[in-house]
Design a binder for this molecule. Structure first.
Ligand code: NI
Length: 273
């Protein structure tokens, strides 16, 4: 790369390349998706992740996961605020039995004590996500605090399982321009949700199950929390029930890859067909 061109690479691109190198070291196909814009384009437009068709991306994977049929309905179950082994492991077992995957938006301060659960997520093809280090509303933070909260969780997850989170869920769903800009800098989109089970509020498995089964449709992102035993109770019923109804349980990244992709710093509530 020529010196002149090298100078044009801005801070965001350097972070993305660094991320991609780490992912490559971890043998992750996402690294290829991140590196491609830098290698092929030489422009400073936002990196588009997960826009490569799954079939192409799958060739890069060491151990291809279960095949996803793009013609069939798919949804993303997401679990926030963990990991907490006593709950998270029950959800993971249920996913494994049903052949499904989910996305876990983790609070960084919970990660080190629950490393086995984090590694099990990765082993099952689940996606690891960032939910700040101390469950902070990112709208209340200055840039330095934002970098500590987001970077601290990325580092904790990387240390635990060797994978750098590529998606972030803002606590309380709160975002503003400054926090979205920082997410763009760090190469992460903000993942919201289209079905809110409010499991944290009522802690009633039946209400969680009913809320999901009454509303669920192709492309939904479903919000739950893997720190309550009632949520594990609900997940153990919901996961096989959703598969029985014909839904493919995929990660947020997988869902996005079939439905237009994601751009860092943007918010996504759903990926409807
Ligand atoms: Ni939360």
């Amino acid at each position: 790369m020529k010196k002149k061109r090298r100078k044009k690479i801005n801070r965001r691109r350097r972070k993305q390349i660094l991320t991609a190198v780490k992912l490559l070291a971890a043998g992750t196909a996402a690294a290829v998706l991140l590196l491609k814009p830098a290698v092929l384009c030489n422009v400073e437009e936002p990196a588009v992740i997960s826009r490569v068709p799954r079939s192409e991306a799958a060739e890069e994977e060491e151990t291809p996961g279960p095949q996803i049929d793009p013609e069939q309905p798919m949804i993303a179950l997401t679990f926030d605020d963990g990991p907490k082994a006593s709950v998270t492991n029950r959800i993971l077992k249920s996913l494994e039995e049903a052949g499904g995957r989910a996305t876990f938006f983790m609070v960084g301060s919970n990660v080190a004590a629950n490393e086995d659960s984090v590694n099990q997520m990765v082993a099952q093809g689940c996606q690891v996500g960032n939910h700040t280090f101390g469950h902070k509303y990112i709208t209340n933070l200055n840039i330095q605090e934002l970098e500590t909260q987001l970077g601290g969780t990325n580092q904790a997850v990387l240390d635990a399982c060797g994978i750098l989170p590529m998606v972030m869920r803002p606590p309380g769903g709160k975002t503003d321009e400054a926090s979205l800009n920082e997410l763009a800098e760090m190469g992460m989109p903000a993942i919201m949700w289209s079905i809110d089970t409010k499991d944290w509020q009522h802690r009633d498995a039946q209400i969680t199950i009913q809320t999901v089964l009454e509303q669920v449709k192709d492309g939904d992102i479903i919000l739950m929390h893997d720190i309550y035993s009632a949520t594990a109770d609900a997940a153990e019923v919901l996961i096989p029930a959703l598969v029985e109804r014909g839904f493919q349980l995929v990660t947020v990244g997988e869902l996005a890859s079939f439905r237009g992709g994601m751009v860092p710093g943007q918010k996504y509530y759903r990926f409807y067909p």
